[in-house]
Ligand binder design. Structure first.
Ligand SMILES: [Zn+2]
Ligand SMILES: [Zn+2]
Length: 136
């Protein structure tokens, strides 16, 4: 099991397996929500995800566009949330306390990244969302 928690430790979760590597999203919404250049996220099947504590501390904010984020009511850390239309959780990679053994798979929404954001060479970069997938 890989475990994760928020900054205050009030919210804790674990998962058995991730079905993605780490995706880096550089869109304007992920920048606001993370306060930094990009969001680092992984995808975990709902069946493989379990809250250990503090699920009731999770507060969801949804924009009129439907784009949403969940965060800890106490400390403000972004939290795992379900993904629309899929039986899976979107998990902020920075919350993980164990080494998930993952690498960065790619960068999306690079076309709208911050001017000061320098992305290292290596993983593929996409101007918008993943090809063939609707994203924000
Ligand atoms: Zn917290
Ligand atoms: Zn984004």
């Amino acid at each position: 099991m890989i475990r994760g928690s928020c900054l205050c430790g009030g919210v804790r979760f674990e998962y058995a397996r991730a079905v993605s590597q780490v995706g880096m999203c550089h869109c304007s919404q992920c920048r606001k929500v993370s306060g930094t250049a990009s969001n680092a996220t992984i995808v975990v099947p709902a069946a493989d995800f379990r809250w250990l504590a503090g699920e009731e501390l999770s507060q969801r904010y949804e924009k009129p566009s439907g784009w949403s984020t969940s965060f800890c009511r106490t400390c403000g850390s972004p939290l795992p949330q379900t993904m629309p239309g899929v039986e899976a959780y979107w998990v902020p990679a920075g919350l993980l306390d164990d080494d998930p053994g993952l690498r960065i798979a790619g960068h999306i929404w690079v076309g709208s990244k911050a001017s000061w954001d320098v992305i290292p060479e290596g993983p593929p970069q996409f101007e918008e969302g993943l090809p063939g997938r609707k994203s924000s």
